[in-house]
Design a protein around this ligand. Sequence first.
Ligand code: UT7
Length: 321
Amino acid sequence: MHSKIVGTGSCLPERRVDNHELERMVDTSDEWIRARTGIVERRIVAEGEFTSDLAEAAAREAIDNAGINAADIDLIVVATTTPDLVFPSTATLVQHRLGIRGCPAFDVQAVCAGFIYALDVVDKYIRTGASKCALVIGAETFSRIVDWTDRTTCVLFGDGAGAMVIRADDEPGILSTHVHADGAYKELLWVPVGVSTGNAAVEAGKAFTHMKGNEVFRWAVTAMSDIAVEALRHNGLSVDDLDWLVPHQANVRIIQAIGKRLRLPPDKVVVTVAEHGNTSAASVPLAFDVAVRDGRFRRGDLILLEGFGGGFTWGSVLLRY
Ligand code: UT7
């Protein structure tokens, strides 16, 4: 059995925050942000709007596009670093709102590589026959763990969600998944407080993202180039066989550097970072849905998805659409 993507969906919050709005909040400029990151605007949730709201809307769209009923879903996995609650999981919140009962539903936490990890898990459920129709979502309200007075991070992130319905099929589908992690790099990209550390900063609403940007940058380029080679080699394929690359959308310069290393023409790379910013676990499924909707992806295309995030965590999914 293989995992086949039969429907996709996405959701972005209504509010657009462009670089000029950030110029009024911190010592930055539209010029710097565009030149160093490629980001032009990002979407930010409204007060009272949560990760589960974005996840539910993206899921409903994916279910519609797949032409299935919510009742057909037998597995729900949500990749998120910004769940509504400590527990229950965002996946169970979405399950309830979709009117589904009884099927397994859980969250996966691998930050910006989260959606790749979620697809890796879902693919294994499908291959073993444990799931026939899975809903997989990447959803984040990263704006809630960003210090809006810190110019080195607040210009980078945005909120959003992307979803896929994945069905068991005789033909691929997902050809391979490869996921990796190395906890030695924790302090290069992290929120250094949490529930168990009992830090007062959490209660004070100061659980913020800290990043050593240029070190993460170098790592991201190397890891996302290497995993492309790993995935293609594993399948006896070459870069020339690839129709599309959908990398994690953190910085257009990272994406360009990966393309250059792989010798992949820029028109084969899906780039949405200008409009979305870095939406962490939502970035890959959001970009995927954009390219489905604008007609770039055709059935049979060979597509490589890549993620890289805090931990570090990183991974790839190679698939025939
Ligand atoms: O999603 C997980 C993966 N995340 C990433 O992959 C992010 C990786 N890192 C990056 O994308 C880039 O490193 C950044 C966009 C974060 C930073 O770009 P950079 O070209 O690496 O700049 P830098 O950190 O070396 O900073 C250069 C200068 C510094 O000033 P000095 O020390 O040279 O005087 C910064 O203080 O730019 C300054 N700077 C800013 N200036 C205006 C940093 N942020 C800003 C800002 N506006 N927003």
